[in-house]
Design a protein around this ligand. Structure first.
Ligand SMILES: O=C(O)CCC(=O)C(=O)O
Ligand SMILES: [Fe+2]
Length: 303
């Protein structure tokens, strides 16, 4: 466990298998994923305010609020949330009152060109579970190891990187290969995207996003019927974002927020790659952003 945390703190992501997920449970989730995507595609399930389906876009397809769709899926996720290893790890990185915001299915489709390199919300930390065997890491979340410790955010530099450009720095990015049921944890501050899917096959994962308890967790709704049906569960406790005076006075220290405070340093084995990427992207954008703007300006004036 300590090694795992050390590696997570060094690289910003880590493969983390032992959260008690059994093989038959992983297979159930994988079959369920196939079933749900098929049903949504053919519009046999209604798409209301709480049960969202995002049709294929940029090579991937998403179903939100997975546990609302299937009782067994809820029980499997509930078991993970109750797993002692899981709880110990998440307490250590997010503080005892960590919250769960989202739990979605993401499918990478054949021909997926990949997702741009980016960072997400402050404090956000993901658990991702593979629902397909994917030893090559095709269409898998990929990372620039150690980049969570870079003081500035990509947005401040304006260097969030589209897939065509990611190709040039591919050799320093790490994919997330594995077998069905394997899982990874990552800080969403780590520069990440999705690798292209070059095979004629879909690759599914569950993405669960956690936050340290704070009043700044972006809002998220679960349907009232679902909330009623899961009373007193660990899941219910973790999706309850109510933030009271007690919490306000007893803000927990946690690593996911610490790394936002610019005090950490990229560790030596990641240093060269991280700073190579930063300079490559900053120079690229410095040269091409003005050209792009110029072309756009010219076009606008012609019209
Ligand atoms: O589709 C993916 O693998 C990337 C997902 C992602 O960017 C995220 O969960 O924050
Ligand atoms: Fe992301």
């Amino acid at each position: 466990m300590e090694n795992l945390i050390e590696q997570l703190k060094k690289d910003g992501f880590v493969k983390a298998n032992d959260f008690g997920l059994k093989q038959d449970e992983a297979i159930h989730l994988s079959n369920l994923s196939n079933e749900l995507f098929k049903k949504y595609r053919t519009k046999k399930l209604k798409n209301d305010k709480y049960i969202n389906y995002s049709p294929p876009f940029s090579g991937s397809e998403v179903i939100s609020r997975l546990p609302e769709h299937d009782k067994r899926a809820f029980e499997i996720i509930e078991n993970i949330l109750n797993n002692k290893n899981f709880q110990k790890l998440f307490r250590k990185i997010l503080g005892a009152n960590y919250k769960l915001r989202q739990c979605s299915l993401r499918r990478s489709l054949p021909g997926d060109k990949g997702l741009y390199l980016h960072q997400d919300a402050i404090g956000e930390t993901n658990l991702t579970i593979l629902l397909s065997d994917n030893l090559k890491g095709n269409g898998s979340t990929c990372f620039l190891p150690g980049s969570h410790l870079v003081p500035k955010r990509m947005k401040e530099w304006g260097i969030e990187t589209p897939p065509f450009l990611v190709r040039f720095i591919n050799f320093v990015l790490k994919k997330t290969p594995g077998l069905i049921g394997d899982s990874y944890i990552f800080f969403n501050r780590t520069w990440h995207g999705r690798s292209p899917n070059k095979f004629d096959k879909e690759y599914d994962v569950i993405l669960m996003s956690f936050f340290p308890n704070s009043k700044d967790i972006p809002d998220y709704d679960w349907s009232p019927n679902f909330i009623k049906s899961i009373k007193n569960s660990e899941f219910a406790k973790r999706i309850d974002f109510r933030f009271d005076d007690y919490c306000n006075k007893n803000q927990e220290d946690n690593y996911a927020i610490e790394i936002e405070n610019y005090n950490s340093k990229v560790k030596i084995d990641n240093f060269i790659n991280v700073y190579f990427v930063i300079y490559f992207l900053r120079i690229f954008f410095a040269i091409f952003r003005p050209i792009y703007r110029f072309i756009k300006y010219k076009l606008v004036w012609k019209i």
